[in-house]
Design a protein around this ligand. Sequence first.
Ligand code: 1HN
Length: 371
Amino acid sequence: MSQSEARIALNEFAAKISEEHLGPLWDNLGHMITLKPKHEVIPYLWKWQTIRNYLLEAGPLLALGRESERRVIYLQNPSLLKDGKIGYSTNTLYVGVQLLLPGEVAPSHRHSQAAIRFIIEGDGGAYTTVDGEKTYMERGDLVLTPPWTWHDHGHEGTEPVFWMDGLDVGLVKTLTGSFFEPYHENKYPLSGPPDGSVARYASGVRAISERKRKGYPSPLINYKWSNIKQALEGLERLDPDPYDGYAVDYINPTTGGSADARIGTTMQRLTPGMHTKAHRHVHSAVYHVLEGSGYTVIEGQKFEWEQGDFFVVPPWLWHEHVNTGTGTVHLFSVNDRPVMEILGLEQEEELRDNNGQQEVARTFEPARLSK
Ligand code: 1HN
């Protein structure tokens, strides 16, 4: 049999066995096992003013209650909308921005997804309760609601409050582990004084009453911005990370691991003029610009950002950050690095060419969907 006759026979063979839902690996190994990470997550950027204005527009339209649960606008990665990937910013991470108005209550519920909140704007009067601990949310704070903890939000202040929500929606959906339960009342009963966990854990030391507590989840639920800022000031006396500047991971004070076991949380400080080197890694990330202005180059494309903006760094794409302003830049991000680490999948590579920095080939422009 000639080679071409054999190929024809193999194609017929493949068609024949497919009728019984069987497949030949020799034709499809490259689909299953790619040489490097292959995905459809595109880098993208959303402007803060756009999201903020739309949320304020939704404010009077949407009453909070059991029908709506939350007033949130999520960041949809444009290339992932198909296949039911609604609300995917990356294949693992969901990010949205939530608005709570004075006097409102977002009713208590729990779910198997992990959630983090990063406070963007407000007067400090809004709070979350996590399994009965109430914590007030101020700009720059990171608040955890670990998987399957009861949480509701309320607002005792006078100004609208906006925060970023990060959940591992795609990860949990892929792993078919999603559960949700509403609480039978709007507010979960409080136990103990507000911010008990901050009092017991927030300074790198812990109250001796906590000696017996071990492991998961983090007993600290609010990582106050004032503490994180102080940590970054301390780091400035050391050498910055070549790819991320002065940067910290939020950690669980009882384990030293990621604050949330599945969603990684990081804060980076870039001093004026700082231009990091490019690297790429398996984990994906969604960034929020807490303050400052600059740009991030992702695979040769320039993403210009200013305070409040959000952008996606997909898996295994080269990226580097630049502070172009006169002030300090603070970049907060959520990522799936803890999961990649646990599964032994994380890899990182530094760009060697061109002194470790990319050529900028084009600048990102948001694309509007035509109706
Ligand atoms: C959720 O429970 C909250 O509790 C926010 O504020 C966003 C997105 C998807 C699923 C559950 C919240 C969410 C969410």
